[in-house]
Design a protein around this ligand. Structure first.
Ligand code: NAD
Ligand code: 6OD
Length: 488
């Protein structure tokens, strides 16, 4: 007899809590039911916020930085120790290839805790010795304080990675958090709650509420009167809704939102390396990384070669079950998301695209017929006026467009309402610096893509977000200094 799917509960004040209702989570791989999730409801959200508030008034609120650092390191150790359980849970929810989850998502979760432990441990106070013209002297020093109760609302594409990217610095700064994971990926947030308890994080410091966005846990949490700040990763439209929710009480927000990221390929690039890098930047995680390249501008003299090289690499991708040897590419997250991506595949053709590869739904056999599969797709024949070149698809797709000059490449790449990331491919390093600096984005890579130093600022311009996180930038967001001025 088949075993029943696991129940995923909310986590409040250090303990699992049932919800007001349940919903079913389907596997993106084959459509089977993989979990039954407890939707929080307003009372559980209230209880979670109250638990966080109470934790701030308890031992957590008076812990030294060194004690918090030790706790963060213990959480990282627990992630390492229970890595395979986290991998299994993330794979079940997302359908990603197992090796990707192990090497990227779960490895980064542990690193997030270690990195922010290091950063907060090494951070001193701002202090100034002030000499006034009238001869008075004063000592100014700024004491960082936590913001209080922080709502953490995250998406489904890199669930544990993005959640810990916000939770680790929030805890490093002494806040208590209420986390709202995506309804598509509830499992690892809840598993992390167990690890927090095992590591000795006081009850109420880390709470999890499950549910959807509007009229559910997302909205209930972000409109809650006792939440002090909101940190959010997700779609730009959702960011706008959350900004409205934060406005009445003027609460700080940090937003990491959508992208329509460009790659600029110059004829002088190292072509094999560039093609490998481009293929990774278009197709990693089935194109479901906010940083993924969906627009590729190519110097005309190498355009055909780049199109052919990318088509070959797209053709070499292996779609399949997460645990199948050789799988490079998983499904999209859900049928709902596939319907959105498919609508863009149809629109591209209506807008005059020539489909170089892909363009539809693959036939992977009966066993996977209920999954959210889509073919890796490349288009030519479009320009920046097409909606598929302007709007974020969030799937394994890219439009390839030729350019004739550096100036034109910069103009085309910057011709977007978004401003998250860009990649420049060239062997001329001077040009690499010059073009990267002209990109109106939060992160510009040269001859690489998604290479991260967790101390560097991360965020977006325009529709791609507000603020920067990473290293000391995160500490700035998650704390609020009190400046003390002492006349000497
Ligand atoms: P989404 O905005 O639909 O959902 C994100 C989270 O917000 C989910 O937990 C959801 O339940 C919640 N939510 C939805 N509506 C809400 C509301 N009105 N109030 C409160 N909460 C609400 O995004 P998604 O589909 O889960 O993720 C994909 C999007 O995220 C893409 O646009 C992608 O580019 C973006 N993203 C950006 C970054 C970044 O760092 N810039 C990283 C990852 C993903
Ligand atoms: O790597 C990171 O720190 C990060 N925030 C990645 C975001 C990826 C978007 O999907």
């Amino acid at each position: 007899m088949a075993s029943s799917p696991p129940s995923v509960l909310n986590h409040v004040a250090g303990a699992p809590v049932a919800g007001v209702a349940t919903f079913v989570k389907h596997s993106p791989v084959d459509g089977s039911v993989v979990a039954v999730v407890h939707e929080a409801g307003p009372e559980v959200v209230d209880a979670a916020v109250a638990a966080a508030r109470a934790a701030l008034a308890g031992p957590w609120g008076s812990m030294t930085v060194a004690e918090r650092v030790a706790l963060l390191r213990r959480v990282a150790d627990r992630i390492d120790e229970r890595r395979e359980e986290l991998v299994a849970a993330e794979v079940r929810d997302t359908g990603k290839p197992e090796h990707l989850v192990r090497e990227l998502d779960v490895a980064r979760a542990a690193l997030n805790f270690r990195s922010f432990a290091d950063t907060v441990a090494a951070t001193g106070l701002d202090s100034f010795l002030t000499d006034l013209p009238d001869g008075r002297r004063a000592l100014n020093y700024a004491v960082p304080k936590p913001l209080g109760v922080v709502a953490v609302v995250v998406p489904w594409n890199l669930p544990l990675l993005l959640l810990t990217w916000k939770v680790a610095p929030a805890l490093a700064c002494g806040n208590a958090v209420v986390v709202k994971p995506s309804e598509e990926t509830p499992s690892t947030a809840t598993l992390l709650a167990e690890l927090m308890v095992e590591a000795g994080v006081p009850a109420g410091v880390y709470n999890v509420v499950h549910g959807f966005g509007p009229d559910s846990a997302g909205e209930q949490l972000t409109t809650h009167a006792d939440v002090d700040a909101i940190t959010f990763t997700g779609e730009s439209r959702t960011g706008a809704a959350i900004m409205r929710a934060a406005a009445p009480r003027v609460r700080p927000v940090s937003f990491e939102l959508g992208g329509k990221n460009a790659a600029v390929v110059f004829a002088d690039c190292d072509l094999p390396r560039t093609l490998d890098g481009l293929a990774r930047s278009i197709f990693l995680n089935t194109g479901q990384v906010c940083l993924c390249t969906e627009r590729v501008y190519v110097e005309r003299s190498v355009f055909d070669e780049v199109v052919a090289g990318l088509a070959e690499r797209a053709g070499a991708l292996r779609l399949g079950r997460p645990d199948a040897p050789g799988t490079t590419t998983g499904p999209l997250i859900s049928q709902e998301h596939r319907a959105k991506v498919q609508a863009y595949l149809d629109l591209a053709v209506e807008e005059g695209a020539t489909v170089v590869v892909g363009g539809g739904v693959p036939d992977l056999g009966e066993e996977l017929a209920g999954g959210a599969w889509v073919e890796p797709t490349l288009w030519v024949g479009l320009d920046n006026s097409a909606r598929v070149v302007r709007e974020e698809v969030f799937g394994p797709v890219a439009a390839l467009i030729p350019f004739d000059s550096e100036e034109e490449a910069v103009r085309l790449a910057n011709d977007t309402d978004y401003g998250l990331a860009a990649a420049v491919w060239t062997s001329d390093l001077e040009r690499g610096h010059r073009v990267a600096q002209q990109m109106r984005v939060g992160m510009a890579w040269v001859n690489t893509w998604y290479l991260r130093d967790l101390r560097s600022p991360f965020g977006g311009a325009g529709l791609s977000g507000i603020g920067r996180e990473g290293g000391r930038h995160s500490l700035h967001f998650y704390s609020e200094p009190t400046n003390v001025c002492v006349q000497l």
